[in-house]
Design a protein around this ligand. Sequence first.
Ligand code: DC
Length: 213
Amino acid sequence: MSTPHPVITIDGPAASGKSSIARLVAQRLGFTYVNTGNMYRAMTWAVLQAGVDPQDAEAVRATAASVVIESPVAEGKTQVCIAGHALTDAELNSDPVNRAVSHIARVVEVRERLVAAQRALIAIGPLVMEGRDIGSVVFPDSPHKIYIDASEDVRASRRSAQGHADQVAERDRLDKQRKASPLVIPEGARVIDNSHITLEQAVEQVIVTLKLS
Ligand code: DC
């Protein structure tokens, strides 16, 4: 399945640095940046707002089916709106959302809905899209695939430096072990470990590796 515009897929575990790298690669190339983790976080926020237990897959399915989620573009990146409300960074990264998001993300119907929404974003133009299954499931035919990694220690310290008390290792375990679209290194992806290089060096490596400069 070819796309009308190029899409750079960037996958990797929690707090690997992939969001910062993806955002800067998009800026350098003039592509629109899409953070798909924020779409799963927004869905999680909506489920929690509805008072639903995140571990009750049946209730999550029913609630998620009626959630109106949109991704308008502002300043070179997509925002996430639920029923017209643009979610703030504080809402997307709250402790309750951090704790619940991996449970919401393993519900097949939630994934199907968000994957369809992600594919539709190609109408915007060239994209840098980051997440867990972008190169493996959302755009498996893209020739521009990157997998960003970093050691567990580095990832945990990056998360706490951002002020988030996030259970990175536990979230990775759930994301890698789930049945629906687990986190994998997509076929054909170039792996970049950025544990010991700067953000600028990682961005440069992505651009050079993909021969896009
Ligand atoms: O990238 P992030 O840490 O903000 O993502 C939050 C959660 O969303 C993550 O634990 C797994 C899920 N996710 C997913 O399953 N598939 C994606 N494409 C993006 C995120």
